[in-house]
Structures are given as structure tokens and as C-alpha cells.
Design a binder for this molecule. Structure first.
Ligand SMILES: Cc1ncc(C[n+]2csc(CCOP(=O)(O)OP(=O)(O)O)c2C)c(N)n1
Length: 313
């Protein structure tokens, strides 16, 4: 779990540094502060399990194993990327690692996850689908429709709400009628669990139960991971709507160094082992950045390829 967290944290830092210095140019939604969630969920998944995520999904992409080179190349719009550079950061899709789609439409991932889960159910595989979304997405109609149908059909899906306290510039309480998103599960007759999304152990346990339930035919779970978004909605956002003290306190309680210190204090890992993990991640990121920067953009001849698929009859 620490390796995943460290890779996400370092990758995010690299994106922000390169963007701020003008080395690269793209729209970037930082998942910094939310590393623990996918680092605790994804270890319960197999490579052939499915994941659907959002524009803020860098942490999910990395946790589910999208190769760093392909990921960086797609973020930078290069032909060597996961979608040949034609999708960009909002549309990272890499079925080989189980990342089936990344969507910029708030709440759109939930019905898509149902579709993937239904396919697994009809085929009789025991694949599980996890879908990540924000607290804001839980106010979208598609959230409610998806939870209802997933419950009626007992779909093998885990709905993971990354409750980072803000929907774009709107604080949770100003746009959401419930204090606990997980309470909404009651309406759809499925377990609803609220977890401290910055606590790797609690998060790992809750995710393990939800994934096991889905895999064994027990149906869906709504898992709410309470966390905090360290940066604005997107990089460059002035963040005036985030109280300075609130943000400072959240950053002070940064879950990644906290988990790191705990691992050493409890004797689960030595300082040397953790430094080694961090160095390996840094080297892999260096390599991916170099690869992406050296890759060409897609050729104009690619403009009309991969647009339509042959419809299965
Ligand atoms: C259907 C739809 N409505 C509005 C938007 C504009 N929009 C983009 S992100 C966002 C906020 C979503 O917040 P949340 O679901 O909490 O996710 P977070 O960004 O916090 O990860 C909004 C309103 C959109 N992309 N799609």
C-alpha cells in the first residue's frame, strides 16, 4: 500500500512541478491527499477486475497498474499513450490493467460500472467492478439510478465515493442534503459504510469486505471514504473558497507521511526499505516522463481511426 501511495504522491508532484514551470501544458486535477483510497481498495482486486474513474483519477490509474510510460504519454497527448494520445488526461482507458474508462462527466461512471458488472454477471465470471466518484456526483441522477439498479440486480459492483469535501467550488454542506453520503445506501437496500479514507488499515478492511461481498454474489456496496482535496478543483484554481486553516490542517495531517511513520514505528518496514521504494518510484517516473516527452503526437491520419467500433450482431 505504501508503494502505491508513494508513486501517486510523487507522480502528482511531478505533474504539478512541470505544469507550474511551463514544461508541459494540460488540464490537471490533483488527487493529492486522496492517495490512501485506491492504495487500500485496489490490492483486493485482480488484474481482470474492472475500474471506472474520473478526471481526478491519476491515483486510481496508478493503483490499478496502468503502465507509467503509457499513462504519462496519454496525459501529454502522445501517440504512445493508452489511447494513442487522442483521449488525454480525462479519458485514460487501459483495459489490460482493468481501467475501463475515465470520464469527465460527473456521475457518468456509475451506470457504466453497472454495465461492466452486468456483463460479468451474465458471463458467470466472478469479476468485480469498482467505480470511483466524488461527493458532488452523489447528487446527480445517475448516482441514484445506478444504485437502484445495482441493488435490484445484485450486481458485483463497489461504489467508492471519494468524499473530499468539495464539488468544484462548493463545500459539501452547501450542495448535499446528508452529512454522510453512505446514508443514501439505505434507500437502495445495500450496505452503506463510511470510513476514514485517510486511514489505510480501516480503508483496507472496509474495501476488502465490499469486494468480497461483490465477488461472492452478495451484491453492491456504497463505500464512502472521507478525505480532503489538498489542491483546488483543478491546478490554477485560486482556492479562495477553501478556508486557509482547514487546508493547512489537512496538509499537516498528510496521510502518506503519516502511514510511512507508522510503518517504521510499528516495525513493519525499515527506513531503508521505504527509501528504496520511494527511489524506485522516482526512477520509474523519470523514465516515463522522458519516454512521453520523446514520443510524437498522433498523426493527422489518425483523426478518423478508433472513432467507431464495428457493432456486434
Ligand atoms: C454532468 C456534469 N455536470 C457538471 C460538470 C462540471 N463539473 C466538473 S467537476 C465538478 C465537481 C464534481 O465534484 P465531485 O463529484 O465531488 O468530485 P471531485 O472533483 O471533488 O473529485 C463539476 C460540477 C460536469 N463535468 N459534468
Amino acid at each position: 500500500m505504501f508503494e502505491i501511495q508513494s508513486t501517486i504522491k510523487q507522480c502528482d508532484e511531478r505533474f504539478r512541478t512541470m505544469l507550474m514551470s511551463g514544461q508541459i501544458s494540460l488540464i490537471y486535477y490533483s488527487p493529492r491527499g486522496q492517495e490512501v483510497i485506491p492504495a487500500a481498495v485496489v490490492p483486493h482486486l485482480r488484474a481482470d477486475d474492472h475500474l471506472v474513474t474520473t478526471y481526478r483519477g491519476l491515483h486510481d490509474h496508478l493503483a490499478k497498474g496502468v503502465p507509467l510510460r503509457d499513462l504519462w504519454a496519454e496525459f501529454l497527448g502522445r501517440s504512445t499513450g493508452t489511447c494513442k494520445g487522442k483521449g488525454g488526461p480525462m479519458h485514460i482507458t487501459h483495459p489490460a490493467s482493468g481501467v475501463m474508462v475515465t470520464t469527465g462527466i460527473v456521475g457518468a461512471g456509475l451506470p457504466i460500472a453497472n454495465g461492466l458488472a452486468l456483463a460479468s454477471q451474465l458471463r458467470g465470471t466472478d469479476q468485480v467492478t469498482v467505480v470511483s466518484f466524488g461527493d458532488g456526483a452523489s447528487n446527480i441522477g445517475a448516482f441514484h439510478e445506478a444504485l437502484n439498479l445495482a441493488s435490484v440486480w445484485a450486481l458485483p459492483v463497489v461504489f467508492v465515493c471519494h468524499n473530499n469535501q468539495y464539488a468544484e467550488h462548493t463545500p459539501l454542506a452547501e450542495g448535499t442534503s446528508v452529512a454522510r453520503i453512505a446514508d443514501r445506501a439505505v434507500s437502495y437496500s445495500m450496505p452503506g459504510v463510511t470510513v476514514d479514507g485517510n486511514d489505510p488499515i480501516a480503508m483496507w478492511r472496509a474495501a476488502g469486505e465490499a469486494v468480497a461481498r461483490a465477488r461472492s454474489g452478495g451484491g453492491p456496496t456504497l463505500l464512502e471514504a472521507v478525505t480532503y482535496r489538498f489542491w483546488g478543483h483543478l491546478l490554477g484554481d485560486a482556492m479562495e473558497y477553501m478556508p486557509t486553516e482547514e487546508r493547512a490542517a489537512a496538509m499537516e495531517a498528510d496521510p502518506v507521511p503519516r502511514y510511512r511513520a507508522w510503518l517504521v514505528a510499528e516495525g513493519h518496514a525499515s527506513e531503508e526499505e521505504l527509501l528504496d521504494i520511494e527511489a524506485r518510484a522516482a526512477t520509474a517516473i523519470d523514465d516515463a516522463v522522458e519516454f512521453a516527452l520523446a514520443s510524437p503526437p498522433p498523426d493527422a491520419s489518425e483523426l478518423f481511426t478508433d472513432v467507431f467500433a464495428e457493432v456486434a450482431r
